[in-house]
Design a protein around this ligand. Structure first.
Ligand SMILES: CC(C)(COP(=O)(O)OP(=O)(O)OC[C@H]1O[C@@H](n2cnc3c(N)ncnc32)[C@H](O)[C@@H]1OP(=O)(O)O)[C@@H](O)C(=O)NCCC(=O)NCCS
Length: 165
């Protein structure tokens, strides 16, 4: 499985991963699936802005992706990015998220990103363990700020301060 920078032509594969999570999971707090065109526009914006987007790919299949974009609007936040990482169920526990995140963190360090934030649903022990292993620290817990599948959801913020000034 190759880890490489994403291209706009990866939009269908990435949309498949995101929409599966929207339909069945608690990592993305949306109800409506995102059209491939919207993901293509997101990729285009991020690639143009020099923000990281990587895929784990083999033989035209996208098994995982990771990317970062602005955490919040307002120029004071320009050195802080929020990332996402999703691996297809059949490819989990093979180190793909680790490899994607290592690329992402290396990109962040070169791109003047001082702070990388992950927003993790509190029952997602896999993601919390992944981030801990990668050196992220838990910096906040926001109880009952989300709702999906008829339940309140807590959000855990994890952070990595980078190498830049
Ligand atoms: C969380 C997720 C990205 C992990 O991806 P992955 O490729 O399976 O992770 P890796 O194989 O690189 O695992 C790295 C470490 O994460 C932790 N981890 C991963 N999956 C785990 C699980 N199911 N249970 C407990 N720990 C887990 C382990 O510490 C693991 O290290 P180890 O294999 O040496 O024990 C993946 O489960 C996923 O895509 N889940 C659905 C979407 C999601 O939750 N995304 C994150 C949103 S914040």
């Amino acid at each position: 499985m190759e880890i490489r920078a994403a291209a706009i032509s990866d939009a269908a594969g990435i949309a498949g991963l995101i929409n599966r999570e929207i339909r069945t999971g608690l990592a993305i707090w949306r109800n409506a699936e995102r059209p491939e065109s919207e993901i293509a526009a997101l990729l285009s914006d991020r690639i143009t802005a020099g923000q990281a987007v990587y895929v784990a790919a083999a033989d035209g299949l996208i098994a995982g992706w990771a990317g970062y974009g602005p955490f919040r609007s307002g120029e004071g936040y320009r050195h802080t990015m929020e990332h996402s990482v999703h691996i297809a169920p059949a490819y989990q526990r093979r180190g793909l998220a680790t490899r994607l995140m290592q690329q992402l963190v290396a990109h962040a360090d070169k791109a003047d990103v001082h702070s990388l934030i992950g927003a993790v649903e509190a029952s997602n022990s896999a993601s919390l363990a992944l981030h801990k292993k990668l050196g992220f620290s838990e910096v906040g817990r926001l109880p009952e700020i989300g709702r999906k599948f008829d339940q309140w959801l807590d959000l855990v913020l994890v952070q990595r301060i980078g190498l830049t000034r």
